[in-house]
Design a protein around this ligand. Structure first.
Ligand code: ZN
Length: 183
């Protein structure tokens, strides 16, 4: 088995673990309904959230040391929903890859880093679109990606992927988008 395939198997095996981590965090933050309050999640982790006026680096969010702790620095330039996904992605790094705070670079350089990026994206999806809440909302509102995206304050692309993953998507849905925010 190629290394890449092997690592993807490892990453996919941890999906349940990622979900449990996200659920534990949501519980600690008292986030019981959508849209998930990232301010509450950040507070529960004793993280700070810094709103940057413009992107300080070549990325829209970063995890950086601040005083005794860490801060998620985020730029609002690309719209609120994308911004929320970026914050959740950084929270994923903080929870899953401790002691590795670093500025995001454009393009992970190693397979290990790519695995971490995928894990952070998967964690972000679990955090912003918890399975239980999405299933409940789909029962109430139908599995309509646009409507549910509004309800959860995520991009429609991200909700589409989420619905598919949960087996809730309708057949005629769009092909999977390629951007990372879609995971
Ligand atoms: Zn990342």
């Amino acid at each position: 088995m190629a290394l890449r395939e092997f690592l993807e198997t490892v990453a996919s095996r941890t999906r349940d673990a990622l979900r449990r981590e996200a659920e534990r965090l949501l519980e600690a933050a008292g986030a019981t309904h959508e849209p998930v309050s990232l301010h509450d999640v950040v507070s529960a982790l004793n993280l700070s959230l810094i709103e940057a006026d413009r992107e300080p680096f070549s990325c829209e969010a970063a995890l950086a040391p601040l005083g005794d702790g860490f801060a998620v620095s985020v730029s609002g330039e690309r719209g609120e929903r994308r911004r929320r996904f970026s914050i959740a992605h950084e929270i994923g790094h903080f929870v899953l890859h401790p002691a590795q705070a670093r500025y995001e670079r454009g393009g992970a350089v190693s397979e290990a880093m790519r695995v971490q990026e995928r894990e952070a994206d998967a964690f972000a999806a679990e955090l912003l679109m918890p399975e239980r809440l999405v299933r409940q909302a789909a029962l109430e509102d139908g599995a309509d990606a646009r409507r549910l995206a509004d309800r959860f304050e995520v991009s429609e692309a991200a909700m589409s992927v989420r619905l598919r993953r949960l087996g809730l998507a309708e057949r005629q849905s769009d092909p999977p988008p390629r951007s990372r925010a879609a995971l």
